[in-house]
Structures are given as structure tokens and as C-alpha cells.
Design a protein around this ligand. Structure first.
Ligand SMILES: C[S@@+](CC[C@H](N)C(=O)[O-])C[C@H]1O[C@@H](n2cnc3c(N)ncnc32)[C@H](O)[C@@H]1O
Length: 403
């Protein structure tokens, strides 16, 4: 959809969509007060238009009359000119009585923190002392981190190239290739991006390669690999290792191809369900297995605010089951003394430390391998980073050794 817009409108459209998704519970609470009765399900596009109008008025630096008239005019584009009056009256009502409508936001936690109730309760249960900080961090605009391709240059060198292009940046502690930009920019403004000199990757995800304790001549399985951020990082560290990258989704697998081609790296790619061993395994064991598991994504809500709208409480149990199945099926494929790294971009304990505690209880041949330096805060099993800590995404890491 973005690709169909003229270039000068894509950034506005992106800002609007992300903003409305980020603040949807708050915007909806105000919208509910503006409408004398809720709109029918078939008019959900008009409801969304009111949220877009409110977001523009509350948070975008636009002339108010332009925000109002453009939103009203969009009714014609939707083939619903009858709604013009309703939208005009609603948004003008908000403008006139803004202070009163803003008080509504403080009347429920859902609106105040702009998260669905089930998720607020879940985060409160798991993080009883820091839940408010977590929810607020989820509503921030995320920063942009880079990973310098160490096969092409080093970080100091690349920071100089950024400075020459007037892009301000700082190195990230504890990660040799990571850079934090002062403000996000288009990837094509980054020097050498098309030639594979650099990639965009949150620093939290960059800790994963270090946990693998990589060395030459290892055989590595990246079981849930697309779009290939971690596959490529692993290869940038040891380009001659035998890396098998699987993903269940063939369309997402093509993104790994694009990334390895741009970075000039080589992996064996297979579209397969990693848990269905017979469909892809050649019988040779691995020295390292990375399970960057499908998860709730609750650590990366600031990057993907649609998670708040799309995720349901009922998803969690089925995700935990899928993660457990992957751990069970892939564990026997590891060499003795080999390492299995389990990671998620979730902050829900059931998917993370509890998943690993349960696994260790079932597998006396597995032990937790303590990481030094620690990639995040030590937990009863594994390490957890909450969203916003050191400006990074929420992430869980556990490293298991096959005795
Ligand atoms: C968190 S993402 C992986 C991100 C990736 N490791 C990276 O760094 O770019 C999880 C991936 O797991 C894939 N996936 C889910 N279930 C799978 C399965 N049973 N076998 C293989 N891949 C699976 C999804 O298609 C998705 O691409």
C-alpha cells in the first residue's frame, strides 16, 4: 500500500498509521465519547477515520484546519460522503472541548497506558514493580541501531563515514559492531548500505550472535531464520561456517536471500517446519542451534504497535506449545558439548524463563551455560531485557549446553 503512494506522502502515511496503532486505545476512548452511539461494524472505516483525525489533532504538527478538512474529505474516497458531517462535527467537538475529552484518557488503565487490558494484566503479573515503565516504553518511538559488517570494515571507520554524511551516531557498549543513530534515517542514506557494509538491527538482537560462542568450522542450525538478521550476523563473524537457515514461511525465506546477497554471505536455505525433522534433516548433528522462536512479540511493541491490536491472550498458550515443540524436536540434533540458544522478543515469563525451567526439568542431559558478559538481567533461567533498557528492545536469551 505504501509503495502505491507518491514519495512525499509515504512518511506522513507511515507516521499516521504507526501513531494511530500506538495510541488506539486512547483514541478509541475519546471517539466513544464523541459519538452518541457506537458505529456499526460495517462502518469500521469511518471509526478508523475519526481515530486518524484525532491523532492528527493531538500529536502531529499540522495546521488544524488541514487535518480536519483532509479527514472529512477522505469520506468521499471511501465512498461514504454521508459520513462527512459526522466526522466534521466529532472533530470540531473535540477541538472545542479538548481539555474535557483528555480527562477521559485518565479514567481507565487501558486508555491511560494505551494497551489492551489482557496485556496490562499480564505485564503487571510478570513485572509487578516495573509494569508502568514497561508500558510507557512500549509507547515510545524506537531508535535506530546499525550493525557494521565486520567483513567489510570496522565500527570506528563506519562512524567516520556516517559523520562525513552528517549522520550523528554513537557506539553501543558491550557490542563491537553496534551503532546507535541520534535519529532514524532512510536506509539508502546510510553509506555503503546497498554494498552490504551495514545492516539495521536492534542492539538487543545483536547480543544473540555473542551468546553462540562462534568459532571456525562449526555446523550451525538457525531454525527460525527469516528475515535473516541473525543468520547474517553469525556469518559476518565466521563467514566459512556451515550455516543452515530454515523458515516455515517460503515468502519470508526470500528476505534471507535478499539479505545474504546484499551482504555477500552464504548460507544453505530451506523452507521447512523445523519441528518436522524428517522433512529437512540430513542426519548430521550441529555444534550450535539457534531457536529464535515465534513468540508474542511483546518486547518489540514500540516497533510493531499493531501487536497491541492483533495479539490475543489465547495466543500465548499456543505459542508456548509451539516453542516447546521446537525445543523438544531440535535438542536431539545437538552434538555433545554443543550449545542451543533459545531467544524470543517476548517479555512474558511463560514463553521465556518458565519455558526454559520446564525444559531443564525434563532434560537431565541439558544444563544452562552461564554467559559472560551477561546479555541482560539474570533470571532464574536465562536473561531478560525489558523494552527500553539501554534504549534496546525487550528480549530473552537462554543458552543450553548438551552434557
Ligand atoms: C522471531 S522470527 C525470526 C527472526 C530471525 N531469526 C531474524 O533474526 O531475522 C520467527 C520466525 O520463525 C518462523 N517460524 C515459525 N514457526 C516455525 C517452524 N515451525 N519452523 C521454522 N520456522 C518457523 C516464522 O516464519 C518467523 O520468520
Amino acid at each position: 500500500m505504501l509503495a502505491t503512494l507518491p514519495e512525499n506522502e509515504t512518511s506522513f502515511c507511515q507516521q499516521l498509521c504507526y501513531g494511530v496503532l500506538r495510541w488506539q486505545p486512547q483514541l478509541q476512548a475519546i471517539c466513544n465519547q464523541l459519538l452518541s452511539k457506537p458505529l456499526k461494524a460495517k462502518e469500521s472505516d469511518i471509526n478508523a477515520l475519526i481515530l486518524c483525525g484525532l491523532y492528527q489533532l493531538r500529536s502531529m504538527r499540522l495546521p488544524e484546519h488541514a487535518a480536519l478538512s483532509e479527514t472529512v474529505n477522505a469520506c468521499s474516497a471511501l465512498g461514504k460522503p454521508w459520513a462527512k458531517g459526522l466526522i466534521n462535527a466529532s472533530l470540531r467537538n473535540y477541538q472545542r472541548n479538548q481539555a474535557d475529552f483528555e480527562k477521559i484518557v485518565l479514567q481507565s488503565e487501558t486508555a491511560q497506558f494505551a494497551h489492551p487490558d489482557w496485556l496490562i494484566q499480564q505485564i503487571k503479573t510478570d513485572w509487578p514493580t516495573t509494569w508502568q515503565t514497561v508500558l510507557n516504553a512500549n509507547n515510545e518511538q524506537p531508535p535506530m541501531f546499525l550493525r557494521v559488517n565486520q567483513q567489510h570494515s570496522n565500527r570506528d571507520n563506519y562512524i567516520e563515514r556516517l559523520e562525513q554524511g552528517n549522520i550523528a551516531a554513537t557506539p553501543v557498549e558491550q557490542l563491537e559492531q553496534a551503532i546507535l543513530l541520534d535519529s532514524p534515517c532512510d536506509v539508502y542514506q546510510l553509506p555503503g548500505f546497498v554494498d552490504g557494509d551495514v545492516s539495521v538491527q536492534d542492539a538487543a538482537a545483536q547480543h544473540v550472535a555473542a551468546t553462540l560462542d562462534l568459532a571456525p568450522q562449526q555446523r550451525i542450525l538457525d531454525a527460525c531464520a527469516a528475515p535473516g538478521g541473525k543468520t547474517c550476523h553469525i556469518l559476518e563473524i565466521e563467514p566459512n561456517n556451515d550455516v543452515i537457515a530454515l523458515d516455515i514461511d517460503p515468502n519470508r525465506l526470500t528476505q534471507i536471500t535478499q539479505n545474504t546477497e546484499r551482504l555477500k554471505l552464504k548460507a544453505t536455505l530451506k523452507a521447512a517446519d523445523a519441528g518436522d525433522i524428517d522433512s529437512w534433516w540430513d542426519g548430521q548433528h550441529f555444534d550450535r542451534i539457534l531457536i529464535d522462536a515465534p513468540c508474542s512479540g511483546t518486547g518489540v511493541i514500540r516497533r510493531h504497535p499493531d501487536i497491541k491490536t492483533l495479539r490475543r491472550l489465547s495466543d500465548i498458550d499456543s505459542l508456548v506449545e509451539k516453542q516447546q515443540l521446537l525445543l523438544e524436536k531440535l535438542w536431539p540434533l545437538l552434538n555433545t558439548d554443543g550449545l542451543l540458544i533459545y531467544t524470543t522478543c517476548s517479555i512474558i515469563k511463560q514463553e521465556n524463563e518458565q519455558q526454559i525451567i520446564n525444559f531443564l526439568n525434563r532434560h537431565p542431559d541439558a544444563e544452562e551455560y552461564k554467559l559472560n558478559p551477561e546479555p541482560a538481567t539474570r533470571r532464574p533461567a536465562g536473561y531478560q531485557r525489558l523494552p527500553g533498557e539501554n534504549q534496546q528492545d525487550g528480549f530473552f536469551y537462554a543458552c543450553l549446553r548438551h552434557r
